[in-house]
Design a protein around this ligand. Structure first.
Ligand SMILES: [Zn+2]
Ligand SMILES: [Zn+2]
Length: 244
């Protein structure tokens, strides 16, 4: 039986979640988790990105909770965005020093590094969505951008691979395995069905099952992801947030 002890992907009011940090922590404890990460959207997420001035404040808040809360460890992370076809993400050393964990995912509402990057990633993805055209070409660009990001940055988790933007999960899994990056089975919106998980698992990559909660009552709701993992035949050893 697979038992999960952590939820490494939750949002708060610092991006577009409804709860504050403490609300998410209390919810995680209620669900019996012993670790939770607060991972609001990267700074270039249009409208929802964390404001720079809030990052130190979030760190302080979490340090205080960790000093006082028993039985649960709180991590500060961020769900960063890919902002160029060279694998750049909306992260810098000034922000990174505050974080315990780094998540990266594709989101549509992002301010890219350059206009060319905008057209290459987001423009093409928008157009292919509207016209259902050139999906292969766009998948190739997305996959290459993601692989470059994995090579360039020390990423802990790739969030919802394949959701919102088409991605070759097997190729991403290969690179993620090399880098020690986990692929997320997202309980909220997973493109990764059992077949994709099985294909990715063949590359040796590890997985993580997260809630991607945007409200405290969804924190620790991991059952959807767990069902996919079980269907794919994963063991606790292959899941980084499972009790070994
Ligand atoms: Zn996301
Ligand atoms: Zn998220």
């Amino acid at each position: 039986m697979i038992k999960l002890y952590a939820d490494y992907h939750t949002h708060t009011v610092y991006s577009h979640g409804t709860g504050n940090i403490m609300d998410n922590v209390i919810a995680a404890r209620k669900k019996g988790l012993t670790e939770i990460a607060i991972t609001d959207h990267g700074i270039r997420h249009f409208a929802y990105g964390v404001r720079l001035k809030d990052i130190a404040k979030m760190r302080d808040e979490i340090d205080r909770i960790n000093d006082n809360a028993e039985g649960i460890k709180v991590l500060l992370g961020m769900e960063c965005n890919i902002i160029s076809t060279d694998g750049d993400i909306d992260m810098n050393d000034g922000i990174r020093k505050y974080l315990d964990i780094l998540l990266v995912g594709f989101h549509m509402m992002v301010v890219p590094k350059t206009v060319k990057d905008f057209l290459n990633i987001y423009g093409r993805n928008y157009i292919s969505k509207i016209f259902h055209s050139n999906m292969e070409g766009i998948e190739k660009i997305n996959t290459e951008s993601m692989i470059k990001a994995i090579r360039k940055h020390k990423i802990d988790i790739i969030t919802h691979p394949g959701t919102r933007i088409p991605l070759d999960t097997t190729l991403v899994a290969k690179e993620a395995y090399r880098a020690g990056t986990a692929l997320e089975i997202n309980s909220h919106s997973s493109f990764m069905k059992a077949e994709h998980v099985i294909a990715a698992a063949r590359e040796g990559v590890k997985f993580v099952i997260d809630s991607d909660a945007h409200s405290p009552d969804n924190v620790g709701n991991l059952q959807n992801g767990l069902n996919i993992a079980i269907e794919a035949g994963l063991t606790s050893e292959q899941i980084i947030n499972a009790v070994k």
